[in-house]
Design a protein around this ligand. Structure first.
Ligand code: ZN
Ligand code: ZN
Length: 318
């Protein structure tokens, strides 16, 4: 913990946010371990925290969509609005973006500087600390489900691998948006119990009996063998969505063309995805399991995450 200069509004579209809560992500552990040093190209130290929500404190001269006092959740990227991907609403692939908490100062602080393009106003009754983790974990899960929805006709089978931090949000999104049959694979009995409570139609310990069964597989694990099992579960002409990562896929190309299976990568989500997800949150269709820590206990929270003592998403409240 350290005192740093306060960020200030300088540009016309700047929005200064008083942080209400910052979610703790495994990526934060990887940053501290140094895994992101080369990728993000920033000089240490800086403020981490890329799942943020709070209240608008001050806005630049051209900001018209929010005003001081508004409760907001922040899309994780600060985007340009002018490049091709931004014009198409594909914020994550902006060609000139900033990623607070990854390549510039983030939300594990009292104040965070973002832009008017990145703030989604919260509906009445939604509190920043209750939704902060939807900004990253929730958005990533929603984005994948949203892409799968047109492929999930009523009665189609969707197998979800992993009902943890992201998976338990993905299950809620599937229940809210599809009439698919939802089968959840997780070796952890508590995770399976949660999946059933959230509306999964079937929960199993392993995917070994599910070969060729799924129109869609949503793999929230992506390592430790899940990546092999996931492809095996995907039926002919089905799609295997990779959301969790760490493993490696090695498959003869003939196996893909002869079965016409698709392998689909998923990265965070767009501003529109976040806006839609907040609608589900406001309707009470997506809720989060979290554990709150005061910001000053950040090191204890990170130790808990690292050691697997954290149930649900860790939230830091300044
Ligand atoms: Zn993250
Ligand atoms: Zn852009």
């Amino acid at each position: 913990m350290d005192d740093v200069p306060e960020p200030r509004v300088t540009g016309p579209f700047d929005v200064l946010v008083q942080v209400g809560a910052a979610g703790l992500c495994r990526t934060d552990l990887h940053i501290v371990e140094g895994q992101w040093a080369e990728k993000s190209g920033v000089a240490l130290p800086y403020v981490i925290g890329h799942e943020n929500a709070g209240w608008v404190r001050e806005v630049g001269s051209a900001v018209s969509n929010v005003a001081p006092g508004d409760a907001v959740i922040l899309h994780p990227l600060v985007t340009c609005g002018l490049c091709g991907p931004c014009r198409r609403g594909d914020d994550v692939h902006c060609e000139s973006s900033r990623f607070p908490g990854i390549d510039s100062d983030g939300g594990m602080a009292e104040l965070l500087l973002t832009s008017a393009r990145s703030v989604v106003k919260l509906a009445d009754g939604l509190e920043p600390a209750a939704v902060a983790a939807l900004a990253d974990a929730g958005l990533t899960a929603y984005h994948a489900v949203r892409k799968a929805v047109p492929l999930l006709h009523p009665g189609a089978t969707c197998v979800v691998i992993g009902a943890g931090g992201l998976g338990h949000i993905g299950i809620q999104c599937l229940v809210a948006m599809t009439a698919a049959r939802i089968v959840v694979v997780d070796p952890n009995p508590r995770a399976r119990e949660l999946a059933s409570q959230l509306g999964a139609h079937e929960v199993v310990e392993s995917g070994k009996d599910l070969t060729d069964s799924a129109h869609i597989v949503l793999d929230f694990v992506g390592e430790q063998g899940a990546e092999r099992e996931g492809l095996a579960i995907t039926r002919r002409a089905g799609s295997y969505f990779i959301i969790g990562y760490g493993g490696k896929i090695d498959i003869p190309t003939i196996d893909l063309i002869s079965t016409e299976r698709n392998i689909i990568g998923n990265l965070v989500g767009s501003y529109t995805d976040l806006d839609e997800l907040m609608t589900l949150a406001a309707q009470g269709q997506v809720t989060l399991h979290t554990k709150r820590y005061p910001l000053a206990s950040v090191n204890e929270a990170m130790d808990d995450l690292e050691a697997g003592r954290l149930q649900g998403r860790g939230i830091l409240v300044p």
